[in-house]
Design a protein around this ligand. Structure first.
Ligand SMILES: [Zn+2]
Length: 256
């Protein structure tokens, strides 16, 4: 039952999203999936042998359905064990992990509906639609442009910066800032960037893989600014799609 929401749209959405001139697979990196499809989330993570369930790993997670790349899970388990040994009473829980194109499309379109209604934007108001896109893009990605597609990125504890500024949230955040890099993790959306998403103290990335996937995203999609602005790709794609390059690339320099 869980597969149907990912598998069905594969048949109905046009197959090519971004295409690189030289779309070669590095053995083992993409599990037989075309690299440009992988980095834009056009695959089913639970069916890919390079992914594993967080549930089996011993890393606490909210709900049952959480998949990440095996390398990211192995390193996250070490990080969790060391944090937990130092702070046995502090919460540590993965809230969100891999989401593919179709899962991100569902999130994006539900936010589009909610924000359009809240901002009272009519369907033919182009300026209004651009404002809706900007409001969603403060914290959420267009499908095909999310780091959550890659199996390397996850969200911890609370999707709220204030939580990480005091008490238990602060203990975890300070520990991660000091130690996460030793395990290969970085915070892509840190404070002080000029554009892109706002700061996200909860979002962390397994860099040894994600920096390769970022390069591949730029290789596949970066040379075609119109790749995500095809009308009908997702609601508002013709308005927001041209901003994809900015949002994918405006990240913490430590994550490159
Ligand atoms: Zn996130």
């Amino acid at each position: 039952m869980k597969f149907s929401r990912f598998v069905l749209p594969l048949i109905t959405i046009p197959l090519i999203l971004c295409a690189a001139d030289k779309d070669l697979e590095i053995p083992g990196l993409y599990g037989g999936i075309k690299p440009s499809d992988y980095v834009t989330g056009r695959f089913v993570p639970e069916k890919n042998p390079l992914f594993s369930s967080l549930k089996k790993s011993g890393v606490p997670a909210k709900g049952d359905w959480h998949f990440l790349r095996r390398e990211a899970i192995a390193s996250l388990k070490k990080l969790y064990d060391d944090f937990h040994a130092e702070h046995p009473d502090e919460p540590f829980q993965v809230q969100s992990s891999t989401r593919n194109f179709f899962s991100q499309k569902t999130i994006w379109e539900s936010k589009w509906k909610e924000f359009s209604s809240r901002m009272k934007i009519k369907s033919n108001d182009e300026k209004g639609a651009a404002a809706v896109a900007s409001a969603i893009l403060r914290y959420s990605s267009m499908p095909g442009t999310s780091r959550h597609h890659w199996g390397t990125d996850f969200d911890l504890n609370e999707l709220n910066n204030q939580y990480f500024e005091t008490g238990k949230g602060r203990v975890l955040y300070d520990w991660l800032k000091k130690n996460a890099a030793r395990y290969g993790f970085c915070q892509p959306y840190n404070a002080g960037r000029k554009s892109g998403y706002e700061e996200e103290k909860w979002h962390w990335s397994y860099m040894p893989l994600s920096k390769k996937f970022l390069e591949e995203w730029n290789n596949s999609c970066g040379s075609d600014p119109g790749a995500f602005s095809r009308r009908g790709l997702f609601t508002g794609s013709e308005i927001s799609g041209r901003r994809s390059h900015e949002f994918v690339n405006e990240i913490n320099g430590d994550c490159r």
